[in-house]
Ligand binder design. Structure first.
Ligand SMILES: Cc1cc2nc3c(=O)[nH]c(=O)nc-3n(C[C@H](O)[C@H](O)[C@H](O)COP(=O)(O)OP(=O)(O)OC[C@H]3O[C@@H](n4cnc5c(N)ncnc54)[C@H](O)[C@@H]3O)c2cc1C
Length: 739
């Protein structure tokens, strides 16, 4: 396809803009970009980079005093995916309560892919971020670590780094083993749901060839709500990534089918028709009916219970403002994320009784695991001075250049640096990081340390059992396998102006299966106060050793051709850091979150300090489920968004096919899993499996909501008396339509 004149002019203008003054070295910023099909005018005509027209409301009266079938708290990554799917059933009424705004005031910051890196809105001054920080971390030299979380429609999917990377089948099956589950949350079950969220578009043949990519369309979804694709502009360094790992003996494959090992160029949440971010708001929240009301600017303050049955949610626009109540005739679903979900449970009386009683909160259900088992990927970067023609440095350092690049993006130009987030990664397993013998010795030490670690983490026997179970599962299934213990990431976005004049590229390293555990605990009865987040970073001494080996490996990558041919010198940490002790000391000073905390409401048996069962129902409470990253019971070698979309898609079917009774009570899927598990002759010798017990109440208080259609998907069969009324009210109501 011949590039249009507009496009060529844009390219020339961009080249001219970067070829002058101190940015002369950036002159080839557009050299490797391939023109996209169609004229610029055609592309402008069908672009949808402004938030799509949608009906949301800021009017509390749309929900206050009303009854809906489902009330979903949190309009984030999982919440909007689930709400959108439920709204496909016209007989159901659904309300969503989101604390943040609809995000229309920050469209560019959300939609321009590289804005996530350059001047994004996930920062400590942003109204679109929850602005959490951890407690001082003793093993990080007493540092508090900033923990961004998106606060707007789309939640963290609106502000994140756009990586879309699924985890491995080994990890998913290890997760299922924690619940003695052989069918509900296994990889084979989850995989179709992961694909269901996705519309995948490969990059141009030119990029595939230049970057040595291996792709397999059969592993991808082709008609889901969220776009998984690749940037318009590939940085030159990206082309050197896979060949450099090949030189180190690390292979490549399409990672989407459960084998996310080795080096690859990851999919990003990019709509390649206009180079915009695809996320839960513009992916899922587009074609819903009038049976769904999305209220923004209001925060859930409490779950309402009748005894131990969730009947609704209290919400308010701010501390001290009027509080309203919305009722759920079927279920309340928490999708408030890894911090918000345990916080909301705890202020509502569901959590560790000693914590709740200390704050004067009436205990509805003593559930010691609420807020426990928290785990996060910890990461950092070495910084390189390179001879690559360009990196993202000038976007951060030069306002004029940044404005020009943004204008190119707004014109739909694939060559803008703003189309391009980071995407080259590698997942490296333990034996590659340590060497065979040292890896075995290391695992033996981890096994020997287990009891002491478990006892130090918590005095609660259920929480201890859960930590023991996840620790054992990871040691058994993950550590000796091909699964990455470290993620190595290429950061083309530069060092954010830290080294003027240099073309900087960073190689990041992040631990994927930390054995350290943290917690989320409220210290106030109000959700308007931040809870205490203790990430527990490096509380397990093995984690710093994995990170140390990962950073050494990152340095090795930088010193291996063809990548090394472009490396002038290592700017940080440089020669001063080379012994194990020096690496570990440096790590404690610099590492930070990779933004993937999970597990604070783990899906494990109640006897393991679990919070939800395999149907995502909260133990001891009826009509309450959790659908978000907090339910993931073990760390995944992945970025969390793709798994979370899969969880939400899976949850939709579970909501409609399992009774809404107490967590742990009978459900058709769970029974099927238990039966198949007990009849199987699994030879697993895992502590997790052997100590796994039936959990929760044996009672069946639930009422089935729906039937399963013959194709395996779900269809709602019941219509609550209030549904029709609520739907009517919504249709007649004064929905605020935002462009
Ligand atoms: C800066 C950053 C970069 C990241 N980069 C990546 C990446 O590149 N790739 C990747 O896969 N993952 C990334 N992640 C992680 C990923 O985005 C999250 O793990 C995932 O989106 C979490 O989804 P969720 O549904 O659990 O929570 P969220 O998407 O965070 O949704 C929770 C929602 O609940 C709302 N909420 C919370 N409390 C209340 C309340 N009381 N009342 C009403 N509403 C409430 C929030 O405002 C939010 O909208 C990143 C995260 C961040 C913050």
């Amino acid at each position: 396809m011949v590039a249009s004149l507009d496009l060529l002019l844009g390219v020339l203008a961009a080249a001219a803009a970067v070829a002058v003054g101190p940015l002369g070295a950036q002159a080839s910023a557009v050299d490797n970009a391939q023109p996209v099909a169609g004229t610029a005018l055609e592309r402008r005509a069908d672009r949808d980079w402004r938030l799509r027209k949608r009906a949301t409301t800021t009017d509390a009266a749309q929900l206050a005093g009303q009854t809906f079938d489902y009330v979903i708290v949190g309009g984030g990554t999982a919440g909007l995916a689930l709400a959108s799917r439920l709204s496909e059933n016209s007989s159901l009424s659904i309300a969503v309560i989101e604390a943040g705004t609809d995000g229309s005031a920050v469209e560019d910051e959300v939609l321009a892919p590289a804005m996530a890196y350059f001047g994004g809105i996930a920062n400590a001054d942003s109204a679109y971020d929850w602005q959490y920080s951890t407690e001082a971390q003793a093993n990080l030299d007493g540092r508090e670590v900033f923990w961004p979380r998106g606060k707007m429609l789309g939640g963290s999917s609106a502000v994140n780094g756009l990586y879309m990377i699924r985890h491995s089948s080994i990890e998913q099956d290890s997760w299922a083993s924690l619940n003695n589950d052989s069918s509900v949350w296994t990889w084979d079950t989850l995989f179709p749901y992961l694909k269901k969220s996705e519309t995948w578009t490969p990059p141009s043949d030119y990029h595939i060839q230049e970057a040595s990519m291996v792709l397999d369309e059969s592993l991808h979804g082709l008609d889901g709500p969220v776009h998984y694709s690749y940037p318009g502009l590939f940085y030159n360094s990206t082309y050197e990534w896979i060949p450099t790992f090949a030189a180190l003996g690390v292979d490549t494959r399409d990672p989407a089918g459960g084998e996310n090992f080795g080096a690859f160029i990851a999919t990003s949440a990019i709509n390649p028709s206009n180079w915009t971010r695809s996320y839960s708001a513009n992916g899922y929240l587009v074609n819903y009916g009038t049976n769904l009301v999305v209220l923004t600017g209001h925060q859930a303050t409490k779950i309402v219970f009748d005894g131990t049955t969730a009947t609704g949610v209290e919400f308010s626009a701010g501390a001290g403002n009027e509080t309203f109540t919305v009722s759920a005739s079927q279920e309340v679903v928490l999708s408030t994320g890894v911090i918000g979900s345990p916080q909301l449970l705890q202020v509502s009386g569901v959590g560790p009784s000693d914590l709740l009683e200390g704050l004067g909160i009436t205990v509805v259900k003593d559930l010691p695991g609420v807020g426990m088992h928290l785990a996060d990927h910890l990461s950092g970067a070495i910084t390189l001075n390179t001879s690559f023609p360009f990196s993202g440095d000038p976007v951060e350092a030069n306002a004029t250049y940044a404005a020009e690049q943004l204008a190119l993006w707004k014109a739909g130009d694939a060559n803008s640096l703003y189309t391009s987030p980071n995407d080259a990664v590698a997942y490296i397993n333990l034996t590659t990081l340590f060497g065979n013998d040292a890896a075995q010795t290391f695992m033996d030490e981890l096994e020997a340390n287990k009891t002491a670690q478990v006892q130090a983490y918590s005095t609660n026997s259920a929480v201890q059992a859960g930590y023991d179970a996840t620790y054992s599962a990871e040691l058994r299934d993950v550590y000796p396998s091909a699964v990455g213990q470290a993620e190595i990431l290429l950061s083309n976005t530069g060092s954010y102006g830290g080294y003027p004049g240099a073309v900087t590229v960073q190689i990041q390293a992040a631990i994927q299966h930390p054995l350290s555990r943290g917690s989320v605990k409220i210290n106030s009865t109000s959700t308007f106060d931040k809870p205490m987040v203790d990430a527990g970073y490096l509380t397990h001494p093995g984690d710093v050793q994995v990170l140390r080996q990962a950073f050494k490996y990152a340095r090795t990558v930088s010193q291996t051709p063809p990548f090394s041919e472009y490396v002038l010198n290592e700017l940080s940490p440089g020669d001063a850091v080379s012994t194990d002790e020096e690496w570990e000391a440096w790590i404690r000073k610099v590492v930070s979150t990779e933004y993937h905390p999970a597990s604070s409401c783990s899906q494990m048996p109640e006897s393991f300090g679990g919070v939800v069962d395999t149907s995502l129902r909260v133990y001891g409470i009826s009509n309450l489920r959790i659908v978000d990253a907090s339910i993931i019971p073990i760390s995944l070698s992945a970025h969390a968004t793709a798994p979370v979309y899969g969880i939400a898609e899976r949850a939709y079917d579970l909501l409609l096919t399992t009774p809404r009774g107490e967590g742990g009570s009978a459900s058709s899927t769970q029974d099927a899993a238990a039966q198949s598990s007990s009849s199987s002759s699994s030879s697993s010798s895992s502590a997790a499996r052997s100590s796994s017990t039936a959990s929760g109440s044996p009672s069946t208080t639930g009422t089935s909501n729906a039937a399963t259609k013959s194709d395996g998907t779900s269809a709602a069969t019941s219509l609550s008396p209030v549904s029709t009324l609520a739907t009517l009210l919504v249709a007649l109501g004064t929905l605020v339509v935002l462009a």
